[in-house]
Ligand binder design. Structure first.
Ligand code: IPE
Ligand code: IPE
Ligand code: MG
Length: 243
């Protein structure tokens, strides 16, 4: 659906996914509690989202909370949920103003009802956004999503296409789980941490040592510039090299 809207404005689809990592270390480096880093991280997402249209990004999938993050100390999880709640309260107006369509990827049965209804309201309120498709991965585990997709398939023949559609249904995203063009991880680690395992089959990877609260639009611009110089082959041989 969103792709149709975006295509109707003649924009070439460009899907960037970001693992927003490094909030805690960024805060600790300044002798501040981890919460300080998470708050700065949430604020940083706003400026990154606002910079996407001029960089040609049509879909941004951002990893905000993994299913394994429930295993962090209770206080930290509580604080992250509080921050998420605030985000849902304060950002929606801005997203609508900027033509951003917000959806959530992941499990929905473990959030409290107050947060869940705010998530649904946010999706409803921003549904007409045609400038940027923002997908926030919350309570997200790619492996769990794959298992859910397989369960959803039932007796339907298993093909890449049918699986992809079932995956979209399982994780509540638009039909046809979108392939990622560029995957960025901030914070210096070089791993996927159970993020978009199916959709990243041919993603270009970019690892930045910059901690997420400091990853500003200029850094995003350099990642996009770097991506533009990559040669994507998808297993084939480029025409100029044949023969
Ligand atoms: C990413 O930052 C945010 C979440 C996982 C919720 P971290 O909290 O993982 O920060 P570091 O990696 O410990 O610095
Ligand atoms: C991945 O970061 C999850 C998010 C950024 C939301 P983690 O900090 O949880 O991942 P690991 O533990 O370093 O693999
Ligand atoms: Mg981390």
């Amino acid at each position: 659906m969103t792709n149709q809207i975006l295509n109707s404005t003649n924009k070439k689809p460009f899907h960037v996914a970001i693992i927003m990592d490094g909030n805690g270390r960024w805060a600790n480096k300044q002798n501040k509690p981890r919460f300080f880093g998470h708050r700065a991280g949430a604020e940083n997402l706003r400026s990154i989202v606002e910079s996407c249209p001029q960089l040609g990004i049509t879909t941004l999938t951002a990893y905000a909370f993994s299913s394994d993050n429930w295993g962090r100390p209770r206080q930290e999880v509580k604080m992250l949920m509080r921050l998420f709640n605030t985000y849902l309260q304060t950002e929606i107006k801005n997203l609508i103003k900027n033509g951003v369509k917000l959806t959530f990827l992941g499990r929905r049965d473990r959030f409290d009802t107050n947060i869940l209804s705010k998530m649904e309201n946010a999706e409803h309120a921003t549904a007409d956004g045609a400038i940027l498709n923002l997908r926030l991965a919350v309570d997200y585990s790619a492996r769990d999503m794959i298992i859910e997709a397989v369960k959803k398939l039932g007796t339907v023949e298993l093909t890449r296409k049918s699986f992809s559609n079932a995956l979209a249904k399982a994780q509540h995203s638009d039909p046809g789980a979108l392939d990622v063009d560029l995957l960025i991880r901030t914070g210096g680690e070089k791993r996927l941490s159970d993020f978009l395992l199916w959709e990243c089959a041919y993603a270009e990877l970019f690892f930045s040592p910059v901690m997420w609260p400091e990853f500003n639009p200029e850094y995003l611009q350099s990642a996009v510039d770097d991506f533009k110089h990559r040669e994507r082959r998808f297993g084939c041989i480029p025409k100029k090299m044949v023969g």
